[in-house]
Ligand binder design. Structure first.
Ligand code: ZN
Length: 300
């Protein structure tokens, strides 16, 4: 997990890791190592509402007396982030609806206990929207790009002076961020592909992601990730061409075997996001049968 310290008239920290003692110690000793007192951080910008990015935010804002800055979409999503029981229920319903076999279902409901590293999140002190500028000093700022897909409130930030993009989880080297259907019923993969296209159109270069090393050419990486999803979409379309299949059937044909329960949960949510995107493009239709949802290729 990468956190970035950005110098300016106000000191900015970008993302903060999950809430655990070792992480806090590493972060504070890292800041001291580069010559800053942790308490001198003025604001913490969080790229998106996932525990490895926002987990420590409530603790740090109290400990350092700094502001939390997030995208405006985070505000109505925070209550759901805080509602562990509702999350467990939505995972249970997802597993039932999409054909997860009974023996596997416990893996989908073992999320009922909240992990200690993700304490309740509070509202941000300041919200930003796409196109906003967060000033760093008189001549330099961070441009806010709203890049929904991996998470609906996800933002990337672009340094006006250097053009460097801080990409959060939107663009990562080597791996692709998981794109998960959520309760809002929107076409999350469609959102994600559009957000990737923005980086291509901006011809983003040097990119600093939240995980892994620096990406030399963000726009090119965005194109690669987009192609990966195209391939996965056409593979899934093939799977539902011959006969109606559940999302679980499609998952088994699309991902490697022996996924652990966390991976199964992520893979199912990602499979559904792909199938729902195909449905939005009228390439598949879906229909229920005895509470189970089936997808099949649309007749041309
Ligand atoms: Zn994330």
């Amino acid at each position: 997990m990468n956190c970035y310290l950005i110098e300016g008239a106000e000191l900015t920290l970008l993302d903060c890791g999950v809430d655990w003692k070792e992480g806090l110690e590493a972060l504070e000793s890292g800041l001291r190592m580069v010559g800053f007192r942790p308490e001198s951080i003025d604001r913490l910008i969080v790229t998106h509402l996932h525990p490895d990015h926002v987990g420590m935010a409530p603790r740090l804002s109290e400990r350092w007396n700094c502001q939390i800055v997030m995208h405006e979409r985070s505000v109505d999503r925070i209550p759901r982030y805080n509602d562990t029981a509702a999350f467990a229920e939505s995972m249970r319903a997802l597993a039932l609806r999409h054909g997860v076999p009974e023996a596997m279902r416990p893996g989908f409901v073992d999320v009922a206990t909240r992990a200690p590293f993700m304490p309740m999140m509070r509202d941000p002190d300041r919200v930003v929207a796409d196109g906003d500028r967060i000033p760093l000093d008189d001549v330099r700022w961070l441009d806010v790009l709203h890049t929904p897909g991996h998470e609906a409130s996800h933002i990337c930030l672009r340094d006006s002076l250097t053009g460097i993009l801080f990409s959060g989880d939107h663009v990562l080297p080597r791996i692709t961020p998981v794109i998960m259907v959520d309760d809002e019923g929107t076409d999350v993969l469609g959102d994600y592909l559009a957000s990737l296209q923005r980086l291509v159109e901006l011809d983003v270069g040097l990119t600093y992601p939240a995980h892994g090393g620096i990406v030399e050419h963000g726009a090119r990486r965005a194109e690669q990730i987009s192609l990966h999803h195209d391939r996965r979409l056409s593979g899934m379309l093939d799977v539902v061409s011959l006969a109606p299949r559940t999302a679980w059937d499609v998952l088994l044909e699309s991902y490697r075997p022996n996924l652990n329960s966390i991976e199964q949960r992520l893979a199912l949510r990602e499979t559904v996001s792909h199938l729902e995107h195909l449905r939005t493009r009228n390439q598949v239709t879906s229909f229920p049968e005895h509470d189970l949802w089936f997808y099949r290729r649309s007749s041309a």
